[in-house]
Design a protein around this ligand. Structure first.
Ligand code: GAL
Length: 994
């Protein structure tokens, strides 16, 4: 195989030292004789060429080149607007991620057995194509089980009523699994990087499967998945994500059909942010298998590492603070502390769960979570970059331009003290020292696990240096690192980037604003040093140039001569300045841009650099590009530029920020009450008869009762109605309604049209929220007047059954019943004939998880175009009394400038004692559930595309009221969550009406 090497590797002095692979361990089947340590290859794409994807114990080897996969988890099913996939992916790529990891949720694609849909918002192929066009590798994780805080852990509703034990080698279950894998792999196989169809480089089997690790039930299951995926043409390396570093499903623990070197060991880690980061790999024992790692032949692979955490209903995880609490407890410093520790421990495939969390819209969320799945992720639910992207950007850019980090060995410990002669243990400092055995570049990770800031004394390249270590933070330092044609002796600032642009090398170092830094370069003779921006002092002695500067904005130091004919532009950037530096690679070499809030793409056409990106406030535009570049295009405009002393082109005028976005007030509400199902005379003759006697559910069918479980009658999502008919009520003093739901389920009942009351599952606390079998019995007294009424009688019950259990423990708990389970009477035993009604047929465009079985949903009240004739005009706030369901609809028009990306939300607020909840439909799309007296979510993201930002929109609210308090809505308004000039073109999402 011919390995093309770029000029830069020679310039960088990173010679391609040979590593001969093969023979030992599980890695290396695709590996070639030599592994270059030159710069990482350009961004991957669907180039139609064949690529090899292998690994050895150090790292992945793509086309024989080492690459650290720096990945963020993104779920296309949590952003129902395909155009915005590009926005999210471009933001991640620009911020230094080279990979995304993607669950595919079986339930999202399959309304019924044998039916698989990959169109519209479910167009997985389009998502994968977009990832390839954006230059991101993909780790694909199609389950069949995914967990992911989605209904039934991703299993389709219909699977809950099938025979067979899920997540085992039971043939009944495997037949369905094969059906799903055939369908999803047909898409995946077209986007593999191996044949250049796309950028999938890794593929996951199952998810955190911790059962049956040593029994045939599990081993045969995993072997079956392996064989099936291979038979479907997936030829990239496969892996499993072990829940913790247990060694489960490491290579050799199950039958991989004679294949060696094509299966990796991955594991997940969600450490508590309040504890010290755990060690394994080079610095720890590495799990039950002992030794350096649980799988010595494969690279350190964190298939999921907690980058945030989810928040259950009631906001119990973050004491009501919501996802702001998640982002605060796992902030930028957490990222540096934990992720740099992971890198120090030898992790070379690193995936942060979540990086863009998105929205669990419709009935997608597992019972444990509410609609927002923001997760406190680096890119928030409204697609806004957060400060958490900054460390990811800095480290991602570093991994890209310094491939030395892809091959590290542990090096001898260095002396670290508290800067005043004390030991590092006294100061709470942990120090890691690593070396690339080929280039001899050394890396140090210094971590402070105490809240107090310290200045540590550390020996770097033989010299004792003082390094600022803020409390609960970490930094990576390099020594002996090539910066192109010069070598870094050491710097107390973290390296971020090195590149050759035009006639010079550029090196970027970062740190916190206000920190003192010392950067020492090897320079045989005294160079010419010019401080172009900011302030810095410099001295030259004994072949070393020493530059001292306090970090603040951008400090530019130009180093010329001193042993090299190529100038070096040294950029010392504080966090804020580093987040405005964008590197993109073109076939002619890298382009570095400074200034805008985001640079999405950079293309070189002739001598002009074409850039697309975003601004929020007015911003500089400065560009360093390959030699000869003399013009810049920004979002199709052509700013006038001039050449600078920094070797860049600078736009003479700043780019404008984003113009103001005006949102209309929501008014002209129309109202209509529903639940005719509760009335005695309602005609339910078209409903299904509930008379089954057996079920595949794990919930036992009560003796002498028919099966009332909603799933058994084909109603898998949303609300479900029951009507029980009986002749005689004599003696009946009470009725007992047993039911099972997910968290926050409720039931409301009427007897002969008169309300009996509403029963709600208790609001869980931190402990109970994940354990719940949410089963309860509601007992309603039957008053003497009601009892005396002549038959026939009808008992009407509405169950908001929430979602299926996630079944994380692989015990078939997704098959627990949902809906009524048993009905008895106190003082009487009438025989009831039951009818049941849930959601009408699945919405062919919005999918099976979009709507449930409310009367309004069955009649299309949530859809645009529904004629509201006869609906009553009302104003908010409302204070309606009574148990039951009513609807509110309004229309509104937006006229957002097409060159502006506005993130818009819907915010509901009311007196928190009012017991009601709201299902929010925008243009027919179910964008979430608001529970006024539980929370914590008040603002719901309305994704552009579903939201028409230039034209008419229909908003419908289905309000379910307990009847114990007046019910709102209180205030309902549009909220501007963020805006930027730029964005991506947005194609409207098909939103058929009535
Ligand atoms: C992991 C699981 C993910 C997700 C995560 C918590 O254990 O693999 O699917 O559930 O926990 O958000």
């Amino acid at each position: 195989m011919v390995l093309s090497r770029r000029t830069f590797s020679a310039l960088a002095g990173t010679a391609a030292l040979g590593l001969t692979l093969g023979g030992s361990g599980d890695g290396g089947a695709y590996a070639v004789g030599t592994v270059p340590t030159g710069p990482a290859p350009g961004p991957p794409g669907a180039d139609g060429r064949r690529h090899t994807i292998g690994f050895d114990s150090y790292s992945m080897l793509i086309d024989g080149r080492r690459v650290v996969l720096w990945s963020g988890e993104v779920h296309p099913f949590r952003l129902p607007s395909p155009s915005l996939w590009r926005d999210v992916l471009q933001k991640l790529r620009a911020h230094g991620y080279n990979t995304i990891s993607v669950y595919v949720s079986w339930n999202f694609h399959s309304p019924a057995p044998g039916h698989y849909d990959f169109t519209g918002v479910r167009d997985l192929g389009l998502f994968l194509r977009t990832a390839a066009e954006t230059g991101l590798y993909v780790i694909l994780r199609p389950g069949p089980y995914i967990n992911a805080e989605v209904d039934a852990g991703g299993f389709p509703g219909w699977l809950t009523v099938t025979p067979g034990t899920a997540r085992t080698s039971d043939p009944a279950y495997l037949a369905y699994v094969d059906e799903w894998l055939t369908a999803v792999n047909r898409v995946a196989a077209r986007h593999l990087h191996t044949d250049g169809g796309g950028t999938i480089v890794l593929y996951q089997l199952e998810n955190e499967y911790a059962n049956n690790v040593t029994s045939p039930l599990g081993r045969d299951y995993m072997a079956h998945l392996y064989a099936k995926v291979r038979a479907d043409g997936i030829d990239v390396p496969l892996f499993h994500n072990d829940k913790g570093r247990n060694g489960h499903w490491a290579p050799g623990t199950f039958d991989t059909h004679g294949e060696r070197g094509r299966y990796l060991y991955g594991f997940d880690g969600y450490p508590s942010p309040s504890e010290a980061p755990p060690d394994w790999g080079y610095f720890g024992v590495g799990g039950t298998k002992g030794g350096a790692t649980a799988s010595p032949g494969t690279p350190g692979f964190l298939a999921e590492f907690g980058g945030g955490w989810f928040d259950p209903w009631g906001g119990v995880e973050f004491d009501g603070e919501g996802y702001a609490g998640s982002a605060r407890t796992r902030d930028a410093a957490y990222e540096r502390r934990f992720y740099l520790t992971n890198l120090a421990n030898g992790i070379k495939v690193h995936n942060v769960y979540m990086t863009f969390g998105g929205t669990s819209w419709g009935w997608l969320p597992a019972p444990v979570v509410y609609t927002s799945y923001d997760y406190g992720a680096a890119l928030d639910e409204a697609r806004r970059p957060t400060p958490k992207l900054v460390p990811m950007h800095q480290i991602g850019q570093l991994l890209h331009s310094v491939p030395d980090l892809a091959k590290l060995d542990r090096a001898p410990d260095v002396a670290v003290g508290d800067g005043s002669g004390g030991s590092r243990a006294d100061a709470g400092i942990t120090a890691y020292h690593l070396v690339n055995p080929d280039t001899r570049a050394h890396f140090h990770v210094l971590r402070n696990d105490r809240p107090a800031d310290v200045v540590a004394g550390v020996t770097l390249a033989g010299e004792s240096v003082r390094v600022a270590l803020p409390g609960l933070d970490a930094r990576l330092l390099a020594t002996g690192l090539s910066l192109g044609r010069r070598t870094l002796r050491y710097s107390t600032a973290q390296p971020m980037m090195r590149l050759a642009a035009g006639r010079q090398d550029i090196a970027v170092f970062t740190g916190r604003a206000g920190e003192p830094t010392w950067t020492v370069l090897e320079c045989a003779s005294a160079p010419k040093v010019t401080v172009l921006e900011g302030s810095a002092r410099h001295t030259h002695a004994h072949g070393l140039l020493r530059i001292d500067a306090e970090l603040g904005g951008l400090t530019r130091v130009l180093v010329e001569g001193g042993g090299s004919t190529t100038p070096l532009l040294l950029l010392l950037a504080d966090d804020a300045a580093s987040a405005r530096l964008w590197r993109h690679d073109t076939p002619s070499g890298p382009v570095l841009v400074r200034g805008p809030a985001l640079v999405r793409t950079a293309d070189l056409r002739g001598t002009t650099v074409h850039l697309t990106g975003d601004t929020v406030t007015a911003a500089d535009l400065e560009v360093w590009g390959p030699r000869g570049v003399n013009g810049v295009v920004w979002n199709k405009g052509t700013p006038r530029t001039r050449a600078t002393a920094s070797g860049s082109l600078l736009a003479e005028r700043r780019l404008p920020g984003v113009p103001a976005v005006k949102l209309p007030a929501l008014a002209k509400w129309r109202h209509r009450a529903e639940n005719p199902e509760s009335t005695a005379g309602f005609d339910d003759s078209a409903w299904r008869t509930a008379d089954r006697r057996s079920s595949h559910s794990v919930t036992p069918v009560p003796a002498g009762q028919p099966v009332l479980f909603a799933d058994d009658y084909g109603f898998h999502y949303g609300d479900v109605w029951y009507r029980g008919h009986f002749a005689d009520m004599s003696g009946a003093e009470s009725v007992n309604l047993s039911y099972v739901t997910g968290t926050q389920g409720l039931l409301m009942a009427w007897l002969d049209g008169k309300p009996l009351g509403t029963h709600r599952m208790p609001v869980p606390d931190k402990k109970t929220v994940r354990q719940g079998t949410w089963a309860a019995t509601a007992t309603f007294p039957i008053t003497p007047e009601v009892r005396r009424a002549k038959g026939p009688h009808v008992l009407s019950v509405l169950v908001r059954r929430m979602q299926h259990d996630e079944d994380g423990a692989a015990r078939d708990t997704h098959k627990a019943a949902r809906g009524l389970t048993a009905v008895t009477f106190g003082g009487a035993a009438p025989a009831l004939r039951w009818r049941i009604q849930g959601a009408a047929a699945a919405d062919p465009v919005r999918g099976p998880l979009n709507h449930g079985g409310l009367y309004g949903e069955r009649q299309g009240w949530h859809l645009p175009g529904f004629a509201e004739g006869g609906w009553q005009s009302v104003e908010f706030p409302r204070a309606r009394r009574g148990q039951g369901v009513c609807w509110y609809r309004t229309g509104f028009r937006l006229a957002v400038d097409p060159a502006v990306d506005a993130s818009i939300g819907l915010t509901l607020a009311d007196d928190p004692s009012r017991a009601y909840r709201v299902q929010i439909f925008l243009n027919g799309w179910n964008l979430g559930q608001y529970i006024n007296d539980v929370g914590p979510q008040h603002t719901f993201v309305l994704p552009n595309g579903v939201l028409n930002t230039r034209g008419a929109n229909t908003l419908a609210l289905a309000v379910l009221a307990d009847g114990t308090t007046p019910a709102g809505p209180g205030t309902v308004r549009l909220t501007l969550l963020g805006s930027a000039a730029g964005g991506v073109p947005v194609t409207p999402v098909d939103s058929p009406g009535r």
